[in-house]
Each structure stands twice: as C-alpha cells, then as structure tokens.
Design a protein around this ligand. Structure first.
Ligand SMILES: C[S@@+](CC[C@H](N)C(=O)[O-])C[C@H]1O[C@@H](n2cnc3c(N)ncnc32)[C@H](O)[C@@H]1O
Length: 219
C-alpha cells in the first residue's frame, strides 16, 4: 500500500512547503546534469509528485522527447498536470500507479526508456528495492538511471541533522533507507554527488550494455 496519505492533503502546497529552492532543488539539478539527456529522449520519472523535475528535463529533451511520470497520489498528479498544461507541454504522460508494482500498462514500458529518474521518492516506498529494480529493468542498455534521496547530514553539517530528520519525518521518508546503495552493483559508470552537507545524495549510473562479468562490473 503506497504511503501517500500526506501527499493527498498537501499536494496543492507542496511546492511552497517543500524547501525546494533553499535545499532540495540542488539535488535534482545535479542529477539531471549527470544524465546526459539529449533531444528526443524518453524519460520515466518515478514518484514525480507535482512535476518539479519536468522543467529541467524538458530543457534537455525538447518537444521531440517525452516524460512518462508515475505517482501513486492522484492529487500530486493533478498538480503535475496543471504544470504541464500551463507550460504547454504535450509530451508529458501522467500515470497513477504504485511504483513498486508497475506493470506493462505504463506507456513505453515494453520498449524501454532512455533514462529513468526518481527524486526524493524511493525512501518513501515500503518496497523501494522493487521500485529500483523496475527502474533498471525498464531502462534500455546504456541508458541512465538517476536516484536522488536523503540521508543524515555528515561532518559539520551534522548540526542540521534534527532539521533534516524533521523534514524526512514530515514527508514520510525513511532517512536511513539509502536507496542509492544497490545502484553500485546493478549499474556501471556510477557517478556520485552529494550536496547540502551530504544530506542529499545523488547517484547516476548506466545500465550495462552486455552481460559478461567484465561489463557488469564496469571494467
Ligand atoms: C517527497 S515527494 C517527491 C516528489 C518529486 N519527485 C520531487 O522531487 O519533488 C514523494 C512522492 O512520491 C510519491 N510516492 C510515494 N510512494 C509511492 C509509490 N509507492 N508509488 C508511486 N509514487 C509514490 C508520493 O505520492 C509523492 O508524490
């Protein structure tokens, strides 16, 4: 059962209350910079929320590309739909679904995406390993998978830890889930970034193009 209760009632205010500009925007910008997106690419956005990734993705993929955006909350998707409508994007498909139980009904699922992204969403899902496996499975060989999520700040930024924990608690995220960790073994050429005192972790890797041991380990 998706944990989306709080994303029903707060959907209309999410962009205002999510500390996007001072804190969380930096993570999505860093990830999308590393995704090597090109005009015409087809991108899947898992747990898309109100579509805060869309403008950054659109800048890279252009009108010949497409975004398929999945979220379990109809209310968050409604905000995403409004964003797409007011920007005049006709290449955005919104799908209401549990990302940890996706099936072939999702448009483009069978043909494979050029890139898949999930920002601040996997750590909310009870079965995030399954959602992450699906993200890898539906990306074409050589395509990029990007995960942005949260952990406790480290070093001097540990001072901010109570605030970071509160943000995760309010959002329903498990700050200790660390859903980027399995990407290290499932993908090759994994790029790592961290921002905001390491509170925000960014990983972008490529789906192997072959299945031998040498390929899967990235050698
Ligand atoms: C913190 S918001 C992040 C939204 C967006 N990715 C962003 O970067 O702003 C988490 C989103 O994940 C969605 N979500 C939670 N569990 C989900 C699931 N099992 N399947 C699909 N979406 C889910 C919520 O409805 C919510 O919109």
């Amino acid at each position: 059962m998706p944990r989306t209760g709080r994303y029903r009632s707060s959907a209309r205010f999410y962009d205002l209350i999510s500390a996007e500009w001072p804190v969380y925007r930096a993570g999505r910008v860093a990830a999308i910079d590393l995704m090597a997106l090109r005009p015409g690419h087809h991108v899947l956005d898992i747990g898309c929320g109100t579509g805060l990734n869309f403008p950054l993705l659109q800048n890279r993929i252009g009108p010949s590309g497409s975004i398929t955006a999945v979220d379990a909350s109809a209310q968050m998707l409604e905000q995403a739909r409004r964003r797409a409508f007011s920007a005049g994007w006709t290449n955005v498909r919104l799908v209401e679904a549990d990302a940890s139980a996706l099936d072939a009904n999702v448009p483009d699922m069978a043909s494979g995406f050029d890139a898949v992204i999930s920002t601040y969403a996997l750590s909310l899902m009870a079965d995030w390993p399954r959602a992450l496996s699906t993200m890898v499975a539906v990306t074409r060989p050589g395509g990029r998978v990007a995960v942005v999520d949260m952990q406790r700040p480290v070093g001097r930024a540990r001072l901010w830890s109570p605030l970071a924990q509160l943000a995760c608690l309010l959002g329903g995220s498990d700050i200790d889930a660390h859903p980027w960790v399995p990407m290290e073994s499932a993908l090759v050429d994994v790029r790592r970034r961290s921002v905001r005192g390491a509170h925000i972790q960014i990983r972008v890797g490529s789906v192997p193009t072959c299945t031998t041991d040498a390929c899967s380990t990235g050698r």
